[in-house]
Design a protein around this ligand. Sequence first.
Ligand code: HAG
Length: 232
Amino acid sequence: MHGETPESGVMAAKPKLYYFEGRGRMESIRWLLAAAGVEFEEEFLETRQQYEKLLKDGSLLFGQVPMVEMDGMMLTQTRAILSYLAAKYNLYGKDLKERVRIDMYTDGTLDLMFMIAVAAFKPPEEKKESLAQVVNKAKTRYFPVFEKILKDHGEDFLVGNKFSWADVQLFEAILMLEELDAAVLSDFPLLQKFKTRVSNMPNIKKFLQPGSQRKPPPDSRYVSVVREVLQF
Ligand code: HAG
């Protein structure tokens, strides 16, 4: 049972996420928590004052967000948070060799999604060019790798024939790429089946429903709030 502390039987507090009201670096953390069936709360950074208060309180190790408050800790560094959650909710493979493959695959999909997130901060022409390059990279570098992995082992999931963090993040990346190019999976039949399979898993299906804590693609408001809060 998520959240119950056995010794006390008292429900542990829900993780609390501190970030902007948008995807950025936090969206993969939201997806992993949702895939694990863990409810979470959010504090959206809208003003410089909120950010400066977190800085003053010493809540941000290197002065940066995402920050996730859980298990008595103020966690920062996106990959550290994701690894902690994957291990805590048994989505990190059965041994070191499976874990390092999950790390390799998730580093790859994070790189791909980061390119999209950063593009939101570029001027229109540059942004358009960057996003076209991201689609091309997905089709020529990233998706062929995942298609081959599924083909070579013939299993439903990327690692150990068991649903893991690597599958959650590949699914998130597929959805983001399809927002840019609806036909992006046309040459990847196994990824199409993978997408359907994962989208029918109860926790994923729930997060895909309207009204979930999933965030929309970055818009000009999101970009201006981030710039205002971080003064860049
Ligand atoms: C991590 C921030 C500042 N290695 C860290 O969590 O993985 C990096 C975290 C980071 O850079 N956070 C940014 O707090 C906000 S994320 N900066 C304050 O003083 O360093 C945000 C801003 O341009 C950054 O990228 C984000 C916008 C979306 C594009 C990236 C996904």
